[in-house]
Design a protein around this ligand. Structure first.
Ligand code: KIV
Length: 294
């Protein structure tokens, strides 16, 4: 049985390496494949509002929806750590609300830690969640839940004053008990400065090469959006094209009568026949899984 990656394991990566490889996941099938590829952390991100639900931002996502997707991912994650996003207005109103929502993500959403967006204004929230024995990662820089306040999805921390403020935020959140920091959409020099100034790991997305780890939305690095090429994304496959091509081939065979054939059909004999069940989610088929356990 693979070792389940824990929060202390993730903290230790800061000094011992390797870098933390985090990806988003929203369902069991994808979670299983991402884990088979060796992802350390599966983030059930509220980005699901955009990539799963087709919304233009993450604001409408509810805590119940996060729990639904969290459970699906948690069922598949044998080795990877499962982190869940606290969605918009599930924590902002008060530290009490934050503790309740974080607790729900663990109790009903199958998550092992939570992430919340915000700087020093949320230090007390972080403190109270941590005091309830719930590990929390603080997300600073470009915080998508503040899209209206920021005037769009814009790079943050540019200019000396803004950079200094983000650096202070990082230290305050570390002091408040955050076990890690997610740095999004900031200049690389600032990503490096923050990483060097705190003793907890930083995970970057558009924050340069010097963070202690990296996160990407899985549909982005898999190339599911042929027309979208944000600077901070590297495509490691063209899965979007592969899906379109496979679907074209399927449609052509169905319409042309080439599929299904007798080889894909059942006889009329009385023999009980299995239809070929999918593997039970939660167990990896032979040959899957990281090359060496931790
Ligand atoms: O919601 C999300 O997926 C995120 C990552 C993009 C960092 O917060």
């Amino acid at each position: 049985m693979a070792h389940k990656i824990t929060v202390p394991d993730l903290r230790a990566r800061k000094t011992q390496g390797p870098k933390i490889a985090m990806v988003t996941a929203y369902d069991a099938t994808m979670a299983k494949l991402l884990e088979a590829g060796g992802a350390d952390v599966l983030l059930v991100g509220d980005s699901l509002g955009m990539v799963v639900q087709g919304l233009s931002n993450t604001l409408p996502v509810t805590l119940d929806e996060m729990c639904y997707h969290g459970r699906a991912v948690a069922r598949a994650a044998v080795r990877a750590h499962v982190m869940g996003d606290l969605p918009f207005m599930s924590y902002q109103a008060s530290p009490e609300r934050a503790v309740e929502s974080a607790g729900k993500l663990l109790k009903e959403g199958g998550c092992e830690s939570v992430k919340l967006e915000g700087g020093r204004d949320f230090a007390e929230h972080v403190r109270r969640i941590t005091a309830a024995s719930i590990p929390v990662m603080a997300h600073i820089g470009l915080t998508p839940q503040s899209v209206h306040a920021m005037g769009g999805f814009k790079v943050q921390g540019r200019g000396a004053e803004a950079a200094e403020r983000l650096l202070e935020d990082a230290k305050i959140l570390e002091q408040a008990g955050a076990f890690g920091l997610l740095l999004e959409g900031i200049p690389s020099e600032l990503g490096a400065r923050i990483t060097a100034s705190v003793s907890i790991p930083t995970v970057g997305i558009g924050a340069g090469p010097d963070c202690d780890g990296q996160v990407l939305v899985c549909y982005d690095f898999l190339g599911m959006y042929p027309d979208l090429r944000p600077r901070f994304v590297k495509r490691f496959a063209e899965v979007g094209d592969a899906i379109v091509d496979a679907t074209r081939a399927y449609v052509a065979e169905v319409q042309g009568g080439a599929f299904p054939t007798e080889a894909h059909s059942f006889g009329s004999g009385a023999k009980a026949e299995l239809t070929g069940n999918r593997p039970v989610i939660g167990s990896l088929p032979p040959g899957y899984g990281p090359a060496s356990g931790e």
